[in-house]
Write a protein that binds this ligand. Structure first.
Ligand code: PLP
Length: 340
């Protein structure tokens, strides 16, 4: 029997399950631009509670969540520190520069983890000819470095340095669920480290759309204005927020299965002599000479992967790929790469 294409480009390719669609179909809705959608309010309340924040705002995308967060913490002409491979620098179309006029100053790290010592050196106070640092942004798990977990002690250290320096901390937590499941650190413990936190419901959790920005209640009114100003007002958004609630209630613990599948994929590649690092969560980065060729050759052989740098392709495990499909995909990719 011919297998269907196994799609490991990203967890964003997951489709809503029958049970999730059922929850969407029966969602109570209202006009969320008037803050009258009960399902959106319920989702926001659940996530605010879980992460220990006093408010939450449902948004269409993670890009908008990062953008609102950073624009809340820093005004045009102010400075945000982050690592050079931050998602909002690499994959968000320059949104921060385009919409907000915020200057970023980047640390260089091989693993996406902003080092506390670098941060200490980089924070600066405003003085003639020099703007001050207003915020620092971190990412957990770190996308570009292959789903790397930002260690809790270092996040806590960054929180401390930020407090001492009088700056705010934002976390792009699109995949913070994966870090939580892998480390056992509670969502609330992570939440304590940040002034703002963006989380995605449409990555590993499998909702068709939606992100949530966690923030302090004092910033909520301004954030709502910014959401609407950017065109993010979504009227009867309870239809999609219901998918987010379903994802939050049912699909967090099962991320451990995705991590196990990634581990198996890495093992098969390594057995074939390919030098891949042990994945920390649900992504495997595979070194190749020619990523575009590799993507096309894998596709031809029935496996979709993505090219993420001049020297790597990426395989992401998720809830729509079984363990047997993941292992099959790993064997196919091994064969393709070893044919060279
Ligand atoms: C996917 C992702 C985003 C953006 O989410 P969208 O919903 O696709 O806009 C932000 N940060 C990270 C780390 C991501 O992986």
């Amino acid at each position: 029997m011919a297998r269907e294409l196994v799609d490991l480009r990203s967890e964003t390719v997951t489709k809503p399950s029958a049970a999730m669609r059922q929850a969407m179909a029966s969602a109570e809705v209202g006009d969320d631009c008037y803050a009258e959608d009960p399902t959106v309010a319920r989702l926001e309340g659940m996530l605010a509670d879980a992460f220990g924040f006093s408010a939450a705002l449902y948004l269409p995308t993670g890009v908008m969540a990062n953008h609102l967060a950073l624009r809340l913490l820093a005004a045009p002409g102010q400075e945000v520190l982050c690592d050079a491979d931050a998602h909002f620098l690499l994959y968000e179309d320059g949104a921060l520069a385009w919409h907000a006029g915020i200057q970023t100053r980047t640390t260089l790290s091989s693993d996406g983890v902003v080092k506390p010592d670098d941060l200490r050196k980089m924070i600066r106070r405003p003085k003639p000819f020099s703007i001050g640092t207003t915020a620092v942004a971190v990412e957990n798990t770190h996308n570009r470095s292959g789903g790397r977990i930002f260690p809790l002690p270092e996040l806590q250290e960054i929180r401390k340095i930020a407090d001492e320096g009088g700056i705010a901390v934002h976390c792009d937590g699109a995949r913070i669920w994966n870090a939580h499941v892998r480390t056992g650190v509670s969502l609330e413990e992570y939440g304590r480290c940040f002034d703002t936190l963006s989380v995605c419901l449409s990555k590993g959790l499998g909702a068709p759309v939606g992100s949530v920005l966690l923030l302090d209640r004092s910033r909520l009114a301004e954030a709502r204005v910014m959401k609407h100003r950017m065109g993010g007002g979504m009227r009867q958004a309870g239809i999609i927020a219901a998918a987010g609630i379903y994802a939050f209630e049912n699909n967090i613990d099962r991320l451990a299965e995705d991590h196990e599948k990634a581990r198996l994929v890495a093992e098969i590649l390594r057995d074939a002599g390919i030098d891949v690092q042990e994945p920390e969560t649900n992504m495997v980065l595979v070194p190749v000479d020619d990523p575009d060729w590799a993507v096309a050759a894998c596709m031809e052989a029935g496996v979709r992967v993505s090219a993420i740098s001049a020297t790597e392709i990426r395989m992401v495990t998720h809830l729509d790929v079984s363990e047997s499909d993941a292992k099959h995909a790993a064997r196919v990719v091994s064969e393709v790469l070893c044919r060279l």
